[in-house]
Design a protein around this ligand. Structure first.
Ligand SMILES: [Ca+2]
Length: 75
């Protein structure tokens, strides 16, 4: 259910969108494609930049999932 927003920094999704996903994005925060820190997995909106927009999208998806099933979210 968490789908592509459930970030898998080690290649394994944990089945939830939670702080682990947000922290993963923070590790690549403020980077653009071509830079060492950039990781396309963290670029949620695929605009070649990892910034607050990606974090907000991830948070919004987690809120939507929380409204649908409490078991999906562990914040
Ligand atoms: Ca982005």
């Amino acid at each position: 259910m968490a789908g592509r927003y459930d970030i898998a920094p080690n290649g394994i999704q944990n089945g939830a969108i939670n702080m682990e996903d947000i922290v993963s994005i923070i590790f690549s925060y403020n980077s653009i494609k071509g830079e060492q820190n950039y990781n396309e997995v963290m670029d949620i909106n695929a605009n070649d930049a990892i910034n607050m927009i990606d974090i907000v999208i991830c948070l919004n998806i987690s809120i939507v999932l929380q409204q649908n099933t409490l078991n999906e979210i562990i914040l």
